[in-house]
Design a protein around this ligand. Structure first.
Ligand SMILES: NC(=O)c1ccc[n+]([C@@H]2O[C@H](COP(=O)([O-])OP(=O)(O)OC[C@H]3O[C@@H](n4cnc5c(N)ncnc54)[C@H](O)[C@@H]3O)[C@@H](O)[C@H]2O)c1
Length: 252
């Protein structure tokens, strides 16, 4: 058990990558709090965990809203009494040419994907500082390192996550809080369905390992980085992308 009895918050854990992370951490002994907009789906995940004897709770919150984040973190503290692991994963994706991005869409993406991560960290860090222990893992994307056209808002938010990770890793090192990021490649999730309906064949051909990622591929890397095995790793971003970040699969 690699995270036995650790208390983990996973944002956006009601489905997709976040659900995969919540389940994987729970399999390795963590107590899990899922914070998500979708309470019904989050409860389904939590009920599944509880039937396996795992302590888990679901909390409804919009991670881009400071008051909702504060209430959710208070609830985690009153239920579990500590917070060891924060996985910032809740995200929102849209595609549009730069000339067609609506201001509200730009704001919504930056609010959820970047400000939401900051708000969660700001609410959780005082508890981690008191414990002199904490693991923060931010889900970014390979588009933070090299762009895909027509999603300047999304890519900018993910680039910001890398800077946030590096800055906070330095700031929080005196409190034994590790801050790292993971950049997934293309993962098969409900949130990615529209993109995959259009580009699946093309994307699969480009990925060196020859397949899309599943949420568990990302969750396995998260598990390592939030475990004590990764104590000496901080401020880093690991691409979990089947090799896509270094190049494309050969054409023949
Ligand atoms: N799927 C991919 O290919 C891929 C690739 C790279 C990075 N990512 C990143 O991984 C993360 C998860 O992606 P996914 O594909 O599983 O997405 P998804 O859309 O399937 O799931 C996202 C979850 O986040 C929740 N959520 C969204 N906004 C929220 C908010 N404001 N407050 C609380 N909860 C909120 C949703 O309700 C949902 O349960 C995102 O940060 C995404 O940008 C995904």
């Amino acid at each position: 058990m690699r995270v036995k009895d650790k208390v983990a918050i996973v944002t956006g854990g009601a489905q997709g990558i976040g659900e995969g992370i919540a389940v994987r951490l729970a399999e390795e002994g963590a107590k899990v709090a899922i914070v998500d907009l979708q309470l019904e789906l989050a409860n389904e995940v939590v009920n599944g965990l509880r039937t396996s004897g795992i302590e888990a709770i679901a909390l409804q919150a919009d991670t881009s809203k400071k008051t909702e984040v504060g209430t959710a973190v208070d609830e985690v503290m009153s239920h579990f009494g500590r917070i060891d692991i924060l996985v910032n994963n809740a995200g929102y994706h849209r595609m549009a040419k730069v000339t067609e991005i609506e201001e509200e869409t730009w704001d919504r993406i930056l609010d959820i994907n970047l400000k939401g991560y900051f708000l969660m960290i700001q609410a959780v860090v005082p508890h981690m500082e008191k414990q002199n222990y904490g693991k923060i893992l931010n889900i970014a994307s390979i588009v933070a390192h090299g762009g895909i056209a027509n999603q300047a808002h999304y890519n900018s938010s993910k680039g910001g996550i890398i800077s946030l990770t590096r800055t906070l890793a330095l700031e929080l090192v005196p409190f034994k809080i590790n801050v790292n990021a993971i950049s997934p490649g293309t993962v098969e999730t409900a949130g990615n369905k529209r993109f995959l309906d259009r580009y699946r064949e093309l994307v699969e051909k480009q990925i060196p390992v020859g397949r899309l990622a599943q949420p568990r591929d990302i969750a396995n890397a998260v598990l390592f980085l939030v475990s004590d095995e990764a104590e000496y790793i901080t401020g880093q971003c690991l691409s979990v992308c089947g090799g896509l970040s270094i190049g494309m699969a050969p054409a023949v």
